[in-house]
Design a protein around this ligand. Structure first.
Ligand code: GDP
Ligand code: IMO
Ligand code: MG
Length: 422
């Protein structure tokens, strides 16, 4: 029995979807623990590309049951839309295959309106959210006025919960028709009914029965509402600790924490990013890595690998190993820079500063490592990798003191090198 958390160690889009899918072949359950359809997890299988937003990345295997945990915020229309898209691609999602927590909070139409209205109001200080209503839904959850999945099953309860929400000033001139929201979301609740379970009970029973379980995170460590670059973060806890809360499992049940780390760094949306490259090299990484958002299509900001960030991610998540992705994107680059320290007004720092002003002005101090000319996208064993690629991996592993479990050299399932078998 193994319970693994899969967590992004940077600003999201590290390739969590691909890694979860690879590992899902050998597990019984994949459980999403936070975020919502702000996530975009791409899984490539042969000539098919699956884009998952809300449904866990284990859904492509018949042998694997997927669970949307209580920590996730659910947009029911997106949920059914994704099921339809998967059906069109030959994947049939039934209530036997997919379970939804009865106590997950629901994204309602006004949450999306509010998300966009808040962003517009912030002008230059906007966060660059995905506009999916994530922040306002979590705000309502914490303010104890949210609507949960089980509330959709009774019109009376749903109306009562909606009345708890004191309409925001932003809505003073927007006409929200309570009756139609109740009717629409009650109807969606009826469609959701067969999928609804007590997900903590369901997952804990599976763990106690010796099943193998993945707890799948969305976003990444640096987007964590507590530990990320606040306020330029998402509104949930992607870090591994979030898995206990977002699923309802005790920390002692978790055996391993796998950090997914891209061989360079990307960020979508606003906020500081010390190793960002606003030059031809940044453009090269974006083109070679196809770095455009899965959810919004926005070009991703690109930069060199930041080991201060990775060391921080190792600490706040308790990473037990790293899955290193997109190494192939670095093919053909003469030399590779890796940030090991920051130069700031407070001196040279080797730990991530928590003051955003200091982090924003941090200048990366780089170590330069030789690149490789070879195309590594069809390499299947660690030994076959060019020596300089192995040195790059080894440098990262030694610097942060964590073993590399996998190296990904392409988006396909087979383009994965298993370094550690456990
Ligand atoms: P996630 O949000 O962490 O699941 O990552 P995304 O799916 O948003 O972004 C990762 C992108 O890189 C996807 O398009 C993947 O298909 C692709 N990808 C994953 N691993 C690799 C890899 O090793 N090499 C290349 N070239 N692409 C990869
Ligand atoms: P996956 O799971 C990358 C970013 C947004 C924005 C900030 C807040 O695919 O890695 P939100 O809509 O969550 O309130 O936006 O977080 N963001 C992501 N960036 N990958 C993601 O998910 C993201 N989900 C949210 O761009 O900067
Ligand atoms: Mg993504």
């Amino acid at each position: 029995m193994t319970v693994s958390v899969i967590v992004g160690s940077q600003w999201g889009d590290e390739g969590k979807g691909k890694i979860t899918d690879i590992l899902a072949e050998r597990v019984d359950l994949v459980v999403r623990y936070q975020g919502g359809n702000n996530a975009g997890h791409t899984v490539v299988v042969g000539d098919k590309t699956f884009k998952l937003h809300l449904i866990p990345s284990g859904i492509l295997f018949d042998s694997c049951v997927c669970v949307i945990g209580n920590g996730v915020v659910i947009d029911p229309t997106v949920f059914f839309g994704e099921i339809e898209t998967l059906k069109a691609q030959g994947i049939y999602v039934t209530p036997e295959k997919l379970k939804v927590s009865s106590i997950a909070n629901v994204i309602l139409p006004f949450h999306k309106m509010l998300d966009n209205a808040q962003e517009a109001k912030l002008h230059d200080e906007k966060i660059g959210t995905t506009g999916k209503g994530i922040g306002p839904t979590y705000t309502d959850k914490i303010a104890r006025r949210g609507v949960r999945v089980q509330d959709l099953l009774s019109k009376t309860k749903l109306r009562k919960r909606l009345e708890k929400r004191h309409w925001d000033q932003a809505f003073s001139n927007v006409n929200i028709d309570m009756d139609s929201v109740v009717e629409e979301y009650y109807a969606l609740g009826q469609r959701l009914k067969p999928f609804i379970v007590d997900s903590s009970l369901y997952v804990n029973k599976a763990i106690d029965a010796g099943k193998n379980v993945i707890l799948e995170g969305a976003q990444g460590t640096m987007l964590d509402v507590d530990h990320g670059t606040y306020p330029f973060v998402t509104s949930s806890n992607p870090i591994s600790g979030g898995a206990c809360i977002g699923v309802g499992v005790g920390p002692h049940k978790i055996n391993q924490v796998l950090g997914v780390t891209k061989a360079y760094v990307t960020r979508v949306g606003e906020g500081p990013f010390p190793t960002e490259l606003n030059d031809d090299m940044g453009e090269l990484l974006r083109t070679q890595g196809s770095e455009f958002g899965t959810t919004t299509g926005r070009p991703r900001r690109c930069g060199w690998l930041d080991l201060v960030v990775l060391k921080y991610a190792v600490r706040v998540n308790g990473l037990t190993s790293i899955c290193f992705t997109k190494l192939d994107v670095l093919d053909g680059m003469k030399s590779l820079k890796v940030c090991t320290h920051y130069k700031t007004s407070e001196g040279i720092l080797d730990e991530l500063p928590l003051d955003l002003d200091v982090f924003s002005e941090a200048e990366p101090v780089y170590v330069e490592l030789p690149g490789w000319d070879e195309d590594i996208s069809s390499v299947t064993s660690y030994d076959e990798l060019p020596e300089t690629a192995k040195k790059y991996i080894q440098f990262v592993s030694d610097f942060v003191g964590v073993q590399i479990k996998m190296v990904s050299v392409g988006s396909g399932r087979r383009q994965t090198i298993h370094v550690l078998t456990i």
